[in-house]
Ligand binder design. Structure first.
Ligand code: XIL
Length: 342
C-alpha cells in the first residue's frame, strides 16, 4: 500500500516536472479567485459532441447555466409530459467537476411550449399551470441548484411591466407569487430576478430596483438580481454599471452578471477585439469591486457556439474564445480583472 502510494507520488512528480511550460490558459478562469464564481452558459449538444468544448467547460468555470434545457418548452413539451433529462445531465456534469448550477429560467414570456401559448386557458387555469410548473421544475432540481433565475425579462425599456401571458392572467403580482412558490419548492436555492439592458442606471433598472425593494419590504423571498450583460461595442459602454450594481447591493440584494457577451459588427478587426476586451474587463471589474457580486457568467465562451450570429444579423465574435477555442484579448482582460479580486 505504502509503496503504491509512493509510486503514484513519484509518477505524478515526474509528470509535473515533465509538463510543458504553462500557457495562460492552463489554469481556468475559475482558479484565479474565489469571488465571483465564474461561469458559462452551456450548450448541451456541444457538451455531448465536442470534446474540446467539454474539457474547457470543466476547466475554466465553477458555475454553469443551461443555455436552453431548463426552459419550459424543453422540460414540458406536451402538457403534463415532463422531461428533465438534459437538465439532469448538466447537473451531473457540474457535480463531477465541482461546479454549481444556476437554473435558468422558471418564468419567462419566451421559449414557452406551443400547448401553452396556443391554448385557450382561463386566467385561473394559467395561474394553476404556472404554479404547478414552478413546483415541478424547482422541485425536481431541489437541493441541486445554487441559484434560480425565477423571473426573466419582466420589464420594458421604459420601466413598465412587459405585456406577457403571465401579466395578463395573474396581474403584476405574478412576480411575487413566482418567488414565493419557488422558495417553497426549493428553500435552499438563491432566487434571482434577471433581465437585459439593466446595466445602466435608467428607467428600466430604476423600475427593477423599485420592484425588488417592494418585494423585500413584503418579505417575498428574493435574494438577488441578475444583470444579463449582453453588450455590443457599437454602443457606448454602460459607464454607470458599477454604481448601479452598488445600489442594488445597498438594497440588500446579491447581484450577478448572468449572460455576459460583447458582440460586434463583423468583420472582426484587431481594433474591435481590443475594444471588446475593455468591455469584458470593465464588466468583470465592476463585479469584482462589489462585495455582493456573487457570480459572473458568460453566455457562451467560444464563438463556435454563440447565439449571437443567429440573433443579430451581421454581428458575432461575442465571446472570449474564437471559433478555434483560441483566447482573444477579452480572455486575458477577464483574467486580469479577476486577478484584482479577493
Ligand atoms: C438564448 C439562447 O442563447 C439561444 O440558444 C436560444 O435560441 C434563445 O435564447 N436572454 C436570456 C437567454 O435570458 O435565455 C437567451 O438565450 C438570451 C437572451
Amino acid at each position: 500500500m505504502q509503496r503504491t502510494r509512493l509510486a503514484v507520488l513519484v509518477a505524478v512528480t515526474v509528470m509535473l516536472v515533465a509538463a510543458p511550460a504553462a500557457t495562460a490558459t492552463d489554469h481556468g478562469l475559475r482558479d484565479v479567485t474565489k469571488r465571483p464564481l465564474v461561469g458559462t452558459a452551456v450548450d448541451m449538444s456541444a457538451l455531448a459532441n465536442d470534446p474540446t468544448y467539454k474539457r474547457l467547460t470543466a476547466r475554466e468555470f465553477n458555475t454553469v447555466t443551461p443555455e436552453n434545457v431548463m426552459k419550459w418548452e424543453t422540460v414540458e413539451p406536451q402538457q403534463d409530459v415532463t422531461d428533465f433529462s438534459q437538465g439532469d445531465a448538466l447537473v451531473r456534469f457540474a457535480r463531477a467537476n465541482h461546479q454549481v448550477v444556476r437554473g435558468h429560467t422558471l418564468v419567462w414570456h419566451s421559449q414557452l411550449p406551443a400547448w401553452l401559448t396556443s391554448g385557450t386557458f382561463t386566467n385561473a387555469q394559467l395561474e394553476a399551470i404556472l404554479r404547478r410548473h414552478i413546483f415541478e421544475e424547482a422541485g425536481h432540481f431541489r437541493g441541486r441548484i445554487y441559484a434560480w433565475d425565477v423571473v426573466n425579462e419582466a420589464f420594458n425599456e421604459d420601466g413598465t411591466l412587459r405585456d406577457t401571458i403571465w401579466l395578463r392572467a395573474l396581474g403584476p403580482d405574478y412576480i411575487a407569487k413566482a418567488f414565493i412558490w419557488a422558495h417553497e419548492a426549493d428553500p435552499h436555492a438563491r432566487l434571482y430576478y434577471n433581465d437585459f439592458n439593466l446595466e445602466s442606471i435608467g428607467p428600466k433598472s430604476d423600475a427593477a430596483l423599485a420592484l425588488v425593494k417592494q418585494l423585500k419590504a413584503r418579505h417575498v423571498p428574493i435574494d438577488g438580481v441578475g444583470f444579463q450583460g449582453h453588450l455590443g461595442i457599437q454602443y457606448p459602454y454602460p459607464d454607470t454599471f458599477g454604481d448601479n450594481l452598488e445600489r442594488f447591493a445597498a438594497a440588500g440584494l446579491d447581484v450577478a452578471i448572468t449572460e455576459a457577451d460583447v458582440r460586434m459588427v463583423l468583420p472582426v478587426t484587431p481594433e474591435k477585439l481590443a475594444t471588446q476586451a475593455t468591455y469584458f474587463g470593465d464588466m468583470m471589474r465592476s463585479c469584482v469591486a462589489v462585495r455582493r457580486c456573487a457570480s459572473f457568467t458568460l453566455w457562451g465562451f467560444t464563438d463556435k457556439y454563440s447565439w449571437v450570429p443567429g440573433f443579430f444579423e451581421g454581428e458575432g465574435a461575442a465571446t472570449p474564445l474564437d471559433e478555434a477555442f483560441q483566447p482573444k484579448p477579452a480572455y486575458f482582460a477577464l483574467r486580469d480583472a479577476l486577478g484584482r479580486g479577493d
